[in-house]
Design a protein around this ligand. Structure first.
Ligand code: SF4
Length: 384
């Protein structure tokens, strides 16, 4: 299955998803621009942009081994974490001026403990993400945002004004609006873009200077408006997952005849299904409220499962989904519980669901996944 439109912007997004330093980011760095890495979509990109840096979501794209990392992390640590840390030890992330972590899971926390000692990025910062979502936690997260802001001001010798924060909120809201427009096209019976290419676009949105990315995505949306559509999709599928940053994984599913038309993923809709309030008097408070109470949550947040299950069910209706594929990184305890509960809700609603445990590298588990997806689609029956 292939997106038929010929687009320079889409080619650039595909390149950004297949590499770590894409040409747009390389140019920014060569012109003296600084880049700050982050690991989780709860990380406040807006504060990083307001500090004049490009926020870059750390991936392990291109990693082939965890040999170095395995000296510090055990083999029951999430393989994404081991591959990402291994790339840090190999110097693949030496272009980063700073990195921010959140205590989103114990596996990521272990990277922080080791990265700041062994990788030596000039600034390594840890934020304490609350587990609940009341106004009290919004206040807590506002304090954490202020601490990050002060750490960046001190490290860079700058002042991050409210004006800079408001401008950054506008830029990142624009990215979110454009990505929602892209998903809007996937509600159609015959969408003009595949799930694999959509994932490449979303990944590129976390790896390029944002204003440049926004211009390029606006171009692609124009090109897709009149574009030829995919007609050979037998089943409309939805992916539910934590980290999935490899479009090739989605392509394997789509080459079997199922088109991925939407998702609930942290490199997906959970990043941009809502906006930060641009009219709020206090931009840090607006950001705290957005990340804790407005943005779609993940199993890291306690007590939010009913909202997350409803988010998935609404997507199923809006995107006319025939079946859901739940992906869990082996040893990911957060998503073990989440997918177990979600499967129950989906079965009650008679929505076909397939749960696949995967390793970070496709090579390890893709053969088995291919067989199971094939069988799953046949079990859905009907077909378009
Ligand atoms: S996949 Fe799970 S274990 Fe791995 S980093 Fe994400 S939340 Fe943590």
């Amino acid at each position: 299955m292939k997106t038929k439109v010929k687009s320079k912007a889409l080619e650039a997004f595909e390149e950004a998803a297949e590499t770590i330093v894409n040409p747009q980011l390389k140019k920014w760095i060569e012109q003296g621009g600084k880049v700050m890495g982050y690991f989780c979509c709860y990380a406040p990109e807006e504060v990083i942009t307001a500090a004049g840096m490009v926020p870059f979501r750390v991936r392990a794209t291109g990693s082939t081994s965890t040999e170095l990392a395995d000296a510090y992390l055990t083999n029951i640590n999430c393989s994404f974490c081991r591959h990402a840390f291994n790339m840090g030890l190999q110097g693949k992330y030496d272009f980063l001026e700073a990195v921010v972590w959140l205590n989103n899971c114990d596996h990521i926390r272990r990277i922080y403990d080791n990265w700041r000692r062994k990788v030596g990025t000039p600034l390594a910062h840890m934020m304490s993400l609350p587990k609940l979502t009341t106004d009290k936690q919004v206040g807590w997260w506002r304090e954490e945002l202020a601490i990050l802001k002060e750490a960046l001001e001190k490290h860079l010798g700058i002042t991050i004004t409210n004006e800079k924060l408001r401008r950054a909120i506008k830029t990142h809201n624009e990215t979110r609006r454009l990505l929602r427009q892209l998903y809007e096209l996937r509600r159609k019976d015959n969408p003009p873009i595949t799930g694999a290419d959509t994932l490449a676009v979303v990944i590129a949105s976390t790896a390029m200077p944002r204003e440049q990315f926004n211009k390029m995505l606006a171009e692609l949306l124009d090109e897709l408006k009149g574009a030829e559509v995919t007609k050979d999709c037998k089943y409309r599928l939805m992916l539910v997952s934590s980290i999935l940053d490899d479009p090739k994984y989605v392509k394997v599913i789509e080459d079997l005849g199922g088109l991925v038309v939407t998702d609930s993923m942290c490199f997906g809709s959970r990043m941009f299904w809502a906006d930060v309030d641009e009219k709020a008097k206090d931009p840090l408070d607006a950001l705290a409220r957005y990340y804790i109470q407005v943005k779609p949550g993940c199993p890291r947040i306690f007590g939010g499962f009913p909202q997350r299950s409803k988010f998935v069910m609404d997507m199923v209706k809006e995107f006319k989904v025939d079946g859901i594929i739940g992906l869990r990184m082996v040893f990911c305890d957060l998503w073990a519980g989440e997918l177990f509960m979600l499967e129950k809700d989906l079965q009650t609603a008679s929505i076909p669901v397939l749960h696949i445990d995967r390793e970070y590298l496709m090579a390890g588990t893709i053969g088995q996944a291919r067989t199971r997806v094939q069988a799953f689609m046949e079990s859905i029956g009907g077909g378009r």
